[in-house]
Design a protein around this ligand. Structure first.
Ligand code: ARG
Length: 462
């Protein structure tokens, strides 16, 4: 018997079913059911033998999923029903006892929290590899002069190691964001029932400990309808994907013939079906291209949650596909970025030639004048005049004659000439966080320490 007098319309089934995507919750659902069965035994709902049978049945279900032999059924609306259906086939009507003292509403919220926790830890592990690769490359190129840009116009020279470390710190912040996303999963929805709580005094503290949560949610309505932890993951993922897009875009530029600053390993490039000379930076382009898609998952889930009345509504089933898509693409991008960077080679001469552009020392000339007592604004104007004279006559700054340095106070001319000597500009950037060699030594030390702190942190255990 059931409440319904008619079969479900095939169209209703199609719009209502989530099995085509929520099968990905299978391992978490089984894990949760195992713990739930133990909780039911503690409650006296299952006796020892029943617990053993249910537990054994669930193990077989898990093995079927792992071995790829689990067979879905036409009538499986979602993963929770599919698993209970299969359990009942395996152990008989006893399988039906497992749904005592729970609802799919608290069940799915718990599965999703377990999934987010596990993928936050995965993102952190992938970020660690990427950061390790960046530090290694930064160490190897710590004293290679390279140009840096504002407005994509040459600005000032830096060491390539400094440039690479800038990405390291972006990813270090990302890792900390994923820790916070993992922290957002510390409360356990299970034991909230459909929305109001249970008719059973289930020991939620014990169940939480069993499943690795810190505590049960304080409010059952909040527990079944909260997806903040998924939003936290997606927010961290969106920002991380954006960082990857900047790295990717820069590699696309730098590997072009126009720049010629780097070359990708053959294993991370493709050819053209028509132009035999081509070596395309596809993976770098896809780091750029996939980022908006991850951000759109965040927008999508925010849209799903927007104005949703308490507590569970089927809208919430729409939380999964964007989340899964973001997880898959982010994890792939992180791994691909690491592989690509591990094999990248930089062109020392091209970088050095661009960095040696004397115009990049213009700020230093102005600062040299300041050292001799000229106010900075005035110095800026004087050097601007020198740059203009040089550019208009097609010469470099050091080719200007003494008489062309006329506007520069006598006592400052020596300082101006010295500031143009090779290497001066980079090594004069001595402020904390600057590109001078000594500061890069500090920075590399800091980066290594930050990496060690990440690897040693507790979220890695889960
Ligand atoms: N497939 C559902 C989801 O993903 C599970 C929860 C169903 N709950 C319900 N009351 N129909 O959200």
């Amino acid at each position: 018997m059931s409440r319904f007098g008619e079969e479900q319309d095939p169209l209703f089934r199609r719009i209502n079913s989530s099995i085509s995507f929520d099968w990905r919750l299978a391992s978490f659902d089984v894990e949760q059911s195992q713990a739930h069965a133990r909780a039911l035994a503690r409650l006296g709902v299952l006796d020892d033998d029943e617990l053993r049978q249910i537990s054994g049945g669930l193990e077989r279900v898990a093995a079927e999923f792992e071995g790829g032999s689990f067979e879905f059924n036409q009538d499986d609306e979602d993963i929770h029903m599919a698993i209970e259906r299969r359990l009942t086939e395996l152990i008989g009507a006893l399988g039906g006892k497992l749904h005592t003292a729970r609802s799919r509403n608290d069940q799915v919220a718990t599965d999703l929290a377990l999934l987010v926790r596990s993928h936050a830890a995965r993102a952190i592990a992938l970020l660690e590899s990427l950061m390790e690769t960046l530090v290694t490359q930064a160490e190897a190129h710590r004293d290679w002069p390279a140009p840096s840009y504002t407005h994509l116009q040459r600005a000032q020279p830096v060491y390539l190691g400094h440039h690479l470390l800038a990405y390291f710190w972006m990813f270090e912040r990302d890792a900390r964001r994923f820790f916070r996303a993992a922290e957002a999963t510390t409360d356990m929805p299970a034991g909230s029932g459909a929305l109001a709580g249970l008719n059973w005094d289930l020991d939620r503290e014990a169940l939480a400990a069993d499943l690795g949560f810190e505590r049960p949610y304080a409010n059952s309505l909040d527990a079944v309808s909260n997806r903040d932890f998924a939003l936290d993951y997606l927010s961290a993922a969106s920002i991380c994907a954006m960082h990857l897009s900047r790295l990717g875009a820069e590699i696309v530029l730098w590997s072009s013939q126009e720049f010629g600053f780097c070359e990708l390993p053959d294993s991370f490039a493709s050819g053209s079906s028509i132009m035999p000379q081509k070596k395309n930076p596809d993976a770098a382009e896809l780091l750029r291209g996939k980022a908006p898609r991850v951000a759109s998952s965040l927008m999508s889930l925010l849209g799903t949650m927007h104005a949703l009345p308490l507590a569970y509504s089927k809208d919430l089933q729409e939380d999964k596909e964007p989340l899964f898509d973001a997880i898959d693409n982010l994890e792939l991008c992180l791994a691909a970025a690491t592989g690509m960077l591990a094999g990248i080679s930089f062109n020392r001469e091209r970088l050095a030639a661009a960095a040696a552009d004397e115009m990049l020392a213009a700020t230093d000339l102005a600062d040299a004048l300041v050292q001799e007592g000229v106010p900075f604004r005035e110095a800026h104007g004087l050097v601007g005049g020198l740059v203009r004279t040089a550019v208009e006559s097609g010469r470099s700054l050091s080719e200007l004659t003494d008489s062309e340095l006329d506007g520069v106070p006598e006592n400052a001319r020596g300082a101006v000439r010295r500031a143009l000597e090779a290497g001066q500009t980079i090594e004069s950037k001595v402020s904390a966080g600057g590109t001078a060699s000594a500061r890069i030594t500090d920075q590399l030390e800091g980066a290594r320490a930050a990496l060690a702190a990440l690897v040693g942190s507790p979220a890695q255990a889960s």
